[in-house]
Design a protein around this ligand. Structure first.
Ligand code: PRX
Length: 577
């Protein structure tokens, strides 16, 4: 099979049966009517995703199958999640949390993470989920920028960020989740378990406007600190319909999204999306292990699986023989997101799982799937698919003119879909930058469209790095390196990598008196890993005597990258010397 070749798949009976017809007739109003079964002026996503089901035949349906790394299993019905999140909402209210306050959640994928996300929404407060691999700098930046009032964490994670807590004057409470037993909290902290026991499991939901904020997820750009991408309750309209049509979820599915809620996929399709449709969702709080992952699918009868290309490439490395040891016949639909999905992975998936893998494209900012391969359209391996009904995607030039099929350009979207970012927290200027190409929303990606209307990813238009599907800003890594006493200057790029898509590579100029060495290289890696995040440290460091800069002093990462890869250096007229 060649690149671009079509895999023909028989359309199956599903929510999206005819892509062209549905796209033509599509209206967001109709989706709204389908989702909001009772007409109401006020809303709350927690009602639509949890409490509503707790009043129907779904009340005793399992909403969450949870498995911990140490072989602990739990399950929660919609009714149980309703009660626990009511209790948690009362507990947060007793700490003074009100509508609009920011509650940041720094937890492994524990049930308490999901419960507190729901509880925060019930209060009309704004949740800030943070990836548990973050280090103190990443946590400080997010809590400072959002002026979070409450942090929910574990004793272990709290210890990791202890050094920056004094820099957070707006933080009023640290709620400590100790899954083992009630523990004596440190002075000033409160114990989750103790407060939960005191709280009632009946909570009067805060009814909100569709435009009231729901969550903030910080994401990286080329420059500056991470941006607080702010989403609202209205997003649920996109969550709901994309879950049905792009992930093909149905009532009897058992669905596994492998992403952590610290990333947008884990928030949107790890909890809200499936629960809005009353689907049973599985969560594994453990590390990647090919055999374990297959065992999960077999044991829980996972039917729909949403994962990432790096994970699929790692599974492919695990080999065909391993797949044969498990009965994976329960699986019926597979999707992927976060990085380009290689055609060879799709072909391998067809061979070993007997299923095509459906690539989907979207971003933290878009809040939901924007381009996808649907069950009812043939897959062209290597393509991201077609725009979601109701979404206008285009390839444009720098002035906002639409380019014809086959021509590379900027991937842009017409603003106005329900889950579009509503703000960059506290930074109107950076928010507006998204829309400054003639009214389009500029994604920062480059791509092209083919004659059949399929979109093909080309690369990033900026310096943002995508390592294993994790978006990393070079500026953040450069800043972390500069905090080390030996570093005078640093320039950071993404270097192509067969397994991870890209790895982070840093070019470092040392201060006078320090010499490059293997030990120093390891020390710098450890330093960034510890300060910033486990996924955001440079896997490669090259020491050099100077860095290419523009006359205004900006490091030319593009040039560093071209030199590193042995590519033409392009226009270097702005180079300093
Ligand atoms: O460059 C694109 C890449 O991931 C970026 C968005 O990253 P983030 O906001 O962290 O969200 C990731 C998960 C929704 C995009 O700008 N990306 C995402 N999906 C794909 C992709 N690149 C190629 N193919 C995809 N399917």
């Amino acid at each position: 099979m060649k690149h671009g070749e079509i895999i023909n798949k028989k359309p199956v009976e599903t929510g999206l049966i005819d892509y062209e017809k549905t796209s033509k007739e599509f209206s967001w109003e109709a989706v709204k009517k389908d989702l909001f079964t009772t007409p109401q002026n006020k809303v709350n996503i927690a009602y639509e995703a949890i409490d509503k089901h707790a009043q129907t035949w779904r009340r005793n349906k399992v909403a969450l199958y949870w498995e911990g790394a140490e072989g602990v299993y739990e399950k929660y019905t919609f009714l149980e999640l309703k009660r626990l999140s009511d209790q948690c909402a009362n507990m947060l209210r007793s700490l003074g949390v009100k509508k609009g306050d920011r509650v940041f959640i720094f937890l492994p994928r524990l049930p308490e993470l999901y419960i507190s996300m729901i509880a925060t929404a019930k209060l009309g407060a704004i949740a800030g989920p943070m990836f548990s691999a973050f280090g103190p700098d990443a946590v400080r930046d997010r809590l400072q920028n959002s002026e979070a009032k409450v942090l929910i964490t574990t004793p272990e994670l709290k210890e990791r960020v202890e050094t920056v807590l004094f820099e957070l004057p707006k933080l009023e409470h640290i709620v400590v989740v100790n899954s083992k037993e009630d523990h004596e909290p440190e002075e000033g902290d409160v114990c989750y378990n103790t407060l939960m026991k005191k709280a009632s499991d009946r909570f009067e939901m805060e009814w909100l406007e569709l435009e009231d904020p729901l969550y903030i997820l910080y994401t990286s750009g080329t420059t500056g600190r991470p941006k607080g991408i702010t989403h609202v309750h209205n997003d649920m309209i996109s969550h709901y319909i994309t879950t049905k049509w792009a992930l093909d979820l149905r009532d009897d599915d058992i669905y596994w999204c492998t992403a952590d809620p610290g990333w947008v996929t884990g928030t949107v399709y790890g909890l809200w999306g499936p629960w809005l449709s009353g689907i049973s969702s599985y969560v594994y709080d453990g590390r990647f292990d090919a055999g374990k992952w297959y065992e999960i699918i077999q044991t829980y009868n996972i039917t729909v699986w949403y994962t990432a290309p790096t994970a699929l490439r790692m599974l492919m490395k695990g080999g065909d023989e391993l797949v044969k040891k498990y009965d994976l016949s329960c699986l019926r639909y597979m999707c992927s997101v976060g990085e380009p999905l290689n055609p060879e992975v799709i072909r391998w998936g067809l061979k070993v799982y007997n299923l095509p893998i459906h690539d989907t494209w979207w971003q933290t900012e878009t809040g939901a799937i924007m381009i996808a391969n649907y069950p009812c359209i043939p897959i062209k391996p290597g393509s991201m698919g077609k725009p979601f009904p109701g979404t206008k995607a285009a390839i444009i030039d720098g002035k906002g003119n639409e380019l014809p099929a086959g021509q590379h350009g900027l991937l842009a979207l017409k603003p106005g879909w329900p889950s579009m970012l509503r703000a960059v927290w506290g930074d109107e200027k950076r928010f507006k930058e998204y829309f400054n190409v003639n009214g389009w929303y500029a994604t920062g990606d480059t791509a092209y469209k083919d004659e059949d209307g399929y979109f093909w990813f080309v690369g990033r238009a900026d310096d943002v790095i995508n390592t294993s599907g994790h978006r990393v800003g070079p500026f953040e890594v450069e800043s972390a390196l500069l905090e080390h006493k030996v570093v005078a200057e640093s320039g950071v790029i993404g270097k192509p990598d067969a397994e991870r898509g890209e790895i982070i590579k840093a070019f470092v100029v040392l201060r006078e008196g320090f010499k490059p060495s293997q030990e120093l290289e390891e020390e710098l890696k450890k330093f960034v890993r510890h300060r910033l995040a486990a996924h955001a440290y440079p896997k490669e460091i090259e020491f050099c005597s100077n860095l290419p800069k523009t006359r205004s002093g900006k490091i030319m990462r593009r040039l560093l990258k071209a030199r590193d890869l042995g590519l033409p250096t392009g226009d270097i007229s702005t180079l300093e010397d």
